[in-house]
Design a protein around this ligand. Structure first.
Ligand SMILES: C[S@@+](CC[C@H](N)C(=O)[O-])C[C@H]1O[C@@H](n2cnc3c(N)ncnc32)[C@H](O)[C@@H]1O
Length: 330
């Protein structure tokens, strides 16, 4: 009998596109928003092929993503529903879309990287991500879906009440900034990101209630200094870059940080011995292929913070994939 982890890896080739097609064709949306349904009714309501849908539902049943009750009605399992409900903060549809449409194509580079090494390039990895408006929007959607739900927990874990002005460096359309503003009514936040991101800020419904406290500064963190604040945040930023670039960015954050202040790194963490978790190991490979960075342990992040001048550093672990590493400027 094949170990189940190996079985999941082998048949992941089928499982991921099935999940993606189900997201795209509204299968989860119908089952979650309208309630359990038979394959016949579901196929008719969605206007899709019944035989294909049934085979997909059987794959998802065996994965534990959907379940079939007596009477043949399918529903999304309680464990999976928060991540597949497009109305909720933990929705992963945009991230699944990004992995399927963008990352999976780039994984074809693995063979060449193995035989020839990763080619040196002067181009920013974001040139490809931001090649046109559609691609920019899709990436921003993926970032929001990936980060907003987790940011609510991270903002609470960071304790934003005593902070006056948060600067979210590479903050995208503000998944962390918005979560922090919702958590701390007296807080003001500025997202610093590439200028083309600016027009998309505040589009997400969750951002509306805090729009008057959320600002945007467009710029390039390689050539520009960062806006000043008493808290600078880096969510899924440092994992895009090598150690030297991370120290350069953290030194900019140190200069921009009004003391006593702090920097928040929010990222995936490897276990100390790099034995997992799987999501971190998988995305560590994706960072190699899509970006110029890697994932790190808590101790490795603390070493980068200390090189940039921050002190009293600590790791605070969250319940999900994204954790918090804090450094202080006294
Ligand atoms: C992986 S996303 C992280 C988004 C968000 N902080 C999060 O936690 O989901 C990286 C962000 O860095 C921004 N970025 C990349 N290069 C940049 C640069 N040179 N200057 C400013 N922002 C940059 C991208 O536009 C993108 O929003």
């Amino acid at each position: 009998m094949m170990p189940s982890a190996l079985e999941n890896a082998v048949y992941g080739l089928v499982s991921t596109p099935v999940l993606h097609s189900a997201v795209r064709h509204g299968v989860f949306a119908r089952l979650i928003e309208d309630g359990p349904d038979t394959v016949e009714c579901l196929a008719e309501r969605l206007g899709i092929d019944q035989d294909t849908l049934e085979r997909m539902l059987l794959v998802m049943t065996s994965l534990g993503v959907v379940e079939r009750a007596a009477g043949g009605k399918y529903s999304v399992t309680a464990d999976a529903a928060p991540f597949l409900d497009r109305r909720g903060p933990r929705y992963l549809g945009g991230f699944i879309e990004h992995l399927t449409l963008e990352t999976s194509g780039r994984l074809g580079r693995l063979d060449t990287y193995l035989s020839e090494g990763k080619p040196a390039t002067e181009a920013s990895p974001f040139d490809d991500v931001y090649r046109d408006t559609e691609s920019l929007r899709a990436f921003m959607r993926a970032m929001w879906d990936l980060s907003f739900g987790m940011s609510q927990e991270l903002a609470a874990l960071a304790g934003m009440a005593g902070t006056t002005h948060l600067v979210d460096v590479g903050g995208a359309t503000g998944p962390f900034a918005v979560a922090a503003l919702l958590d701390a009514p007296a807080l003001r936040a500025t997202v610093f990101d590439m200028p083309m991101v600016g027009p998309l800020i505040g589009e997400d419904a969750q951002a509306q209630p805090v729009a008057d406290r959320l600002g945007f500064v467009g710029g390039d963190f390689f050539t520009d200094e960062l806006p000043h604040g008493d808290c600078l945040a880096f969510g899924y930023i440092l994992s895009d870059w090598d150690d030297a670039t991370c120290v350069m960015l953290l030194e900019k954050a140190y200069r921009a940080c009004e003391g006593p202040g702090r920097v928040l790194i929010m990222d995936r963490l490897f276990e100390d011995d790099h034995s997992g978790p799987l999501a971190t190991a998988a995305m560590n490979l994706v960072m190699h292929i899509e970006m110029a960075g890697k994932h790190r342990t808590g101790a490795e992040f603390i070493a980068l913070l200390e090189r940039a001048g921050f002190a009293d550093c600590e790791v605070r672990r969250a319940g999900g994939e994204k954790h918090l590493v804090i450094g202080h400027k006294r």
